[in-house]
Design a protein around this ligand. Sequence first.
Ligand code: CAA
Length: 391
Amino acid sequence: MKVGIDLIHFATADYYLGLDTFAAEKHIDVEKFTIGIGQEKMSIAPPDEDVVSLAAKAAAPILEHIEANEISAVLFATETGVDQSKSAGAFLHGLLGLSNRCRVIELKHACYAGAAALQMATSMIRANPKEKILVIAADIAKYDVDTSGEATQGCGAVAMLVTEAPRIIEIEPGSGFYTDDVMDFWRPNHRTTALVDGKYSTKVYLNSLKHAWKHFTEQTNRTFDDIDYFCYHIPFTKMAEKAHKTLVKKVGAKLTQAQIDAQTLPSQLYNRIVGNSYSASLFVGFISLLDNIDSHLHNLEGKRVSFFSYGSGCVAEFFTGVIQPGYQKVLMTDEHKTTIAHRQALSYQEYLDFYHNVDNALENVVFPVNNQGPYRLAGIKDHKRYYEKSH
Ligand code: CAA
């Protein structure tokens, strides 16, 4: 039985901060960002956008292709959840009008939870092939102003319909994983911004990749040459470049720069202009590969794609999938390109105004309308969040 991603759609906020604007404000050479970390823009969420509204925006187009009551579970991966008890998926369930005969749960482990949710969904479907599971990975990456992490913010949500006989990619059984209790990046409960030991986090990421890869080869007997395209968790695109070079070196492959670029570059294009979206970022990378590869020259049908998920703290997993015949017919490439292109640029001051007006601790607040998307966070009343469908 083949199980995997039948439909996939991505959403981000309506605003971005250019790293050229950021560099000018901070009096830093812009090439530190465009070349040094490989980022050009970061999507910025206004106060009336959170992971629930982003997830609803990502999932709505998928609901146009399936009856809402066919969804048997929502697995919502996020590390920027909106409530310590109620799952973000429960708010989403209401906004999308899903059936009461549907289970909903939120999953967390830093940027890893999206991959965990996808793997959990495939296992549930292998146990019961009638299930159709909506997997959401949604996050808003936020660091303190004037810290090294500030240039690596961003946000986004990916919605994936996971089913039997998937039309886009079969997720293959067998994966390699690695866990270690480390403090490279964390966000205590009282904080809205993450804390990070930046340089250390990049070392732990690469070390985890080596361990997860070794376990993957032992579990599957697959080799580097069995994989055509490589998708990585992308906190910033240079990290994915470093990851691939580390893997190439580890397996002793003799590749030209052009061959390395062909294996990885298409999967980095969206992340370069969206920024980090934590649990979603690996799947934004996969969508970027699907949307940006020149499919006339490189038809992906039958090609094997690898996924490396890294969540600080840390858990990592390496797994693969095979692209299905006819996949191009169900891609939502135009929607993704329009969403990204239609974002409005913010000045540094406008970014700060958004930044400082996100306050989940408020008991009562009505948010001004900045979010132009189909769903928005209208306000908080008596500590309860209220969402509205705008159009
Ligand atoms: N022109 C070209 N390149 C330049 C440059 C210039 N003018 N100035 C600097 N650079 C290069 C540097 O040489 C460096 O390259 P190398 O990494 O290849 O050495 C690169 O730009 C970055 O410069 P710095 O190391 O000086 O940058 P920094 O100290 O400001 O911080 C960072 C970089 C640690 C990644 C920081 O952005 C950060 O803390 N980010 C958040 C944490 C993060 O994303 N970690 C990733 C792994 S953890 C993870 O993946 C989970 C997650 O999502 C958070």
